[in-house]
Structure formats: structure tokens, C-alpha cells
Design a protein around this ligand. Structure first.
Ligand code: NAP
Ligand code: G4F
Length: 403
């Protein structure tokens, strides 16, 4: 049985990858950080009581900033494949925590590679590095592929640039099987709440249920090549199954603006958005509310992560009357620009060319941009409805919507 070690298993990609590898018969080990409250929500459905037989899912406490701990875990687990997904992954936050981001994202990668070397495992361990389209930053050509020069635009991008090159260097210097997956943005219902995609779908769901009045965003013109995380973790695995270690761009080949994302998310709840004004005065206003049946109840229905059943108290025939009851009306200003979300240096537009991944790995995305947004809004409606139930029952509901 193949053994995989995943750093960042409690994150979006770690959870999907763990599920995917377990499905392929792997024994999966994950590194989680100690935190003051539980941080395993995304993988709780994979947990197996260690006292049971045939357990294939294990978690180890660890941190990418702690070399001795990484060496010990790699030694204990003796993995065939290591997927280094752990990172301080928020671009905006990296401007505030630049040193920590470099420590975890850049040096963390080096520590893992050194652990492999120190333990004499360099000749048989396969190593995947979670590289990023943020490396292209201020893009030097459109679309971006494996040959496009890098120009990172944030401490995060710069830290990831080190990680990218140290993987290439260890491949060339020590003949190690190290690969970079240069992944463009990928989202899902379990995306962190402060990335723009989830911030939008969460706000839309909460507005529909009257739990939030407005969504404040930064750069509405930013364009990203957004795919679904489930498709992207499949590419990670494929990258490590090849004969030769190489680097691959993984992307959908479609680019959409933040503004477009907002429009589609609102459409999912039957509301049309009209944009008025420009610059920091631009506003998103509801121009129309359709009498639309909106399904509530399920993120990636029928599958492992979050495949929860529809809560009983929810009506499946939510209609325009819900909007009337819950406050959203045509003419409402629902989106405003807040310059606090502008970045000191921005990546304006990303568009990936994944021809190599398509040709060599036979990879292509299966979930469209529209399907992804739809699944995210539905899942957030389910979550918001839980909050709504609490609120309607007189309990306090926290509002941390505009982070
Ligand atoms: P994510 O949801 O933010 O997950 C990051 C994971 O890393 C979490 O499990 C987090 O633990 C863990 N982590 C953070 N700092 C750590 C440290 N010092 N030691 C150990 N673990 C640490 O990120 P994601 O979206 O799944 O992305 C996975 C990887 O792909 C990241 O490296 C990211 O930079 C990269 N990437 C992501 C995208 C994308 O669009 N999602 C695109 C390209 C590349 P906690 O749960 O305790 O916070
Ligand atoms: O969702 P974002 O924060 O993702 P970003 O910066 O593209 O980074 C993500 O994708 C990278 C791959 O390219 C990963 F490496 C990285 O780990 C992370 O997963 O922002 C997307 C765009 C940006 O241009 C940002 O300025 O949306 C713009 N934006 C506009 N308003 C906002 C907001 N971003 C956030 N987070 N919050 C806003 O209110």
C-alpha cells in the first residue's frame, strides 16, 4: 500500500487530496498544527479511530517552521509521496506577516527537502510542491505557461518563488523526484472564508437570509483563472505519477473578474446586479429579483466533504417571497468598494495555459466556473440557514462577514 504524507491537511486542498488518495487505496498521513481550538473540520469525516482495524488515515502534530519535528515525522511515516501543501496562503495577509510567511512558505519547503536528504530517502521519495500562479504576478505574457518568466508581487509570491526554485535545485543537484504544480486559483465550498470567492458566496447567502446587509470588496477589476479544488488535487496526484519529475501549470484557461463572480453568485439566488459609478464609488445594486426556486442544502451533494443532508427546517421551495421577508429588494445597494482591501501591489489578471498538463497528464477540469459558484452558494445557504435558525430562536449569531 502506498503511503502519502500531506502537509496542510487541514486546509482546503489538503482535505480534498486526502479524500482523493484514500479513494485510491493510499495510507494517508497528515501534518496538523496545534491550535487552541479544533482546526480539523475539513477532515473530520475522514477520521478513523486508531483502535479500529485497517486504519488508513493518521494525523501528526507538526509545523513547517520546526525542522526537528518534520524530520521525525518523515522518519516515522516513511512516505512514498510527500505533498507539501502547508503555507500561510493568504496574499493580503502576507504583507502583514512577511517574515512568518517566508519562514513557513519558503524555508518550510527547504526543511522538508532537507529532512528527506538527512534521512537518506532522496532516491525514492516523490515530492510535490504547491507552487502558485502568484509567481507570475505582474504577468510578462498572456496566457501564462511553464516558460513564462516570474514576477511575484507580494511577500507570499516571493516566498513561493524561493520554494519553487529550491525544488528545482534539489531535483538537479541531488536527482530528487521533486515537482512543482503551478496551480492557478481554485475554490470550493470549503475555501477559507476570507478569499474573495468564498467571501462573496458567503455574503450572498447571508444576505438572502437577512443576516448581512452589504458586501465590501477591494479591486473588482481583478481577474483570475478560477477552477474547482477537486479537479486540481487530481492534477497533484497525476504530477507525482509520471516517469520524470517535472513542473506543470494547472489552470482552466478561462479568466473572470471579481465583478463577474459577484454577478453570478447573486444570480444563483435569483438576483440581478447592476453596477453603477466607478473607482471607489462603484456600487453593486440589485436591479431585479426573479421568482426563482433556489435549492438549499448541499455542498457537493452525495460526496464526502460537507455532503450533509438538507436541514429539516429549510423549505426547498424558497421563492421571491423569501427576499421580501428577509430584506433583499430591487434597488438595494449590496456591494461597495472598501479601499482597505486594496493590496500594496496587485496581481491584475491571471490566465493559465495548461496545455502541458492536458497533453502529458491527460488532465482537464471537469467542473465549470458556473457550477463551482453554484455549489459554493448552495453550501453557504445551508450554513447561513443554520445561523438563521439560531438567530430566529433567540441565540446570538456572530457577524464576521466583512473580513
Ligand atoms: P489553505 O486552505 O490556507 O490551507 C493551508 C494549510 O497549511 C492549512 O492546513 C494550514 O493549517 C497549514 N499551515 C499554515 N501554516 C502552517 C505551518 N507553519 N505549519 C504547518 N501547517 C501550516 O490553503 P489551500 O487553498 O488549501 O492551498 C494549499 C496550498 O496550495 C498552499 O500552499 C497554497 O499556498 C497553495 N496554492 C493554493 C491555491 C489556491 O487557489 N487554493 C493556488 C495555488 C497554490 P491551519 O488549518 O492550522 O491554518
Ligand atoms: O481570493 P484572493 O484573496 O486570492 P489570490 O490573492 O488570487 O490568492 C489565492 O490564489 C493564489 C493563486 O493564484 C494562491 F497562491 C493563494 O494562496 C490564494 O489561494 O483574491 C483574488 C483577487 C485579488 O486580486 C484581490 O485583490 O480578488 C481581489 N479582491 C477584491 N476584493 C479581494 C477582495 N480579495 C480578497 N481576499 N478580499 C476582498 O475583499
Amino acid at each position: 500500500m502506498k503511503k502519502a504524507l500531506i502537509t496542510g491537511i487541514t486546509g482546503q486542498d489538503g482535505a480534498y487530496l486526502a479524500e482523493y488518495l484514500l479513494g485510491r487505496g493510499y495510507e494517508v498521513h497528515g501534518i496538523k498544527r496545534r491550535s487552541s481550538s479544533l482546526n480539523t473540520g475539513r477532515v473530520d469525516h475522514l477520521y478513523q479511530d486508531p483502535h479500529e482495524e485497517n486504519v488508513r488515515f493518521f494525523m501528526h502534530y507538526g509545523d513547517l517552521t520546526d525542522a526537528t519535528n518534520l524530520i521525525r515525522i518523515v522518519q516515522e511515516v516513511q512516505p512514498d509521496e510527500i505533498y507539501n501543501l502547508a503555507a500561510q496562503s493568504h496574499v493580503m495577509v502576507s504583507f502583514e506577516t512577511a517574515e512568518y510567511t517566508a519562514n513557513a512558505d519558503a524555508l518550510g519547503t527547504l526543511r522538508l527537502l532537507e529532512a528527506i536528504r538527512i534521512l537518506d530517502m532522496a532516491d525514492h521519495v516523490r515530492f510535490y510542491q504547491a507552487s502558485t500562479s502568484e509567481l507570475f504576478g505582474k504577468v510578462q505574457s498572456v496566457p501564462q505557461n511553464e516558460k513564462t518568466p516570474f514576477y511575484p508581487r507580494s511577500p507570499y509570491g516571493v516566498a513561493k518563488l524561493y520554494a519553487y526554485w529550491i525544488c528545482v535545485n534539489y531535483r538537479e543537484a541531488y536527482n530528487m523526484f521533486t515537482c512543482n504544480g503551478i496551480l492557478f486559483n481554485h475554490e470550493s465550498p470549503i475555501r477559507g472564508e476570507t478569499f474573495v470567492s468564498r467571501k462573496i458566496t458567503r455574503a450572498v447567502a447571508r444576505m438572502k437570509l437577512g443576516l448581512q446587509k452589504k458586501l465590501y470588496l477591494g479591486n473588482l477589476d481583478a481577474k483570475r483563472d478560477w477552477g474547482h479544488a477537486k479537479d486540481f488535487v487530481r492534477a497533484m496526484w497525476l504530477i507525482l505519477q509520471q516517469k520524470k519529475p517535472e513542473d506543470y501549470v494547472v489552470a482552466t484557461g478561462e479568466s473572470h473578474s471579481v465583478r463577474e463572480f459577484v454577478g453570478l453568485a447573486f444570480r444563483e439566488i435569483g438576483a440581478e446586479i447592476e453596477w453603477r459609478g466607478s473607482g471607489i464609488e462603484e456600487k453593486g445594486i440589485i436591479s431585479e429579483i426573479r421568482d426563482q426556486r433556489s435549492e438549499v442544502g448541499g455542498r457537493d451533494q452525495g460526496e464526502g466533504i460537507g455532503g450533509a443532508a438538507k436541514p429539516r427546517h429549510l423549505k426547498s421551495d424558497a421563492t421571491a417571497s423569501d427576499f421580501r421577508k428577509r430584506a433583499l429588494r430591487a434597488g438595494d445597494v449590496v456591494v461597495e468598494v472598501d479601499p482597505r482591501y486594496f493590496r500594496p501591489t496587485e496581481v491584475d489578471e491571471l490566465l493559465g495555459d495548461a496545455s502541458k498538463a492536458r497533453k502529458v497528464l491527460g488532465w482537464e477540469p471537469r467542473i465549470s466556473f458556473e457550477e463551482m459558484i453554484s455549489s459554493m452558494v448552495k453550501a453557504d445557504l445551508e450554513e447561513a440557514s443554520r445561523d438563521q435558525l439560531c438567530k430566529d430562536s433567540g441565540y446570538r449569531v456572530l457577524n464576521y462577514s466583512n473580513e
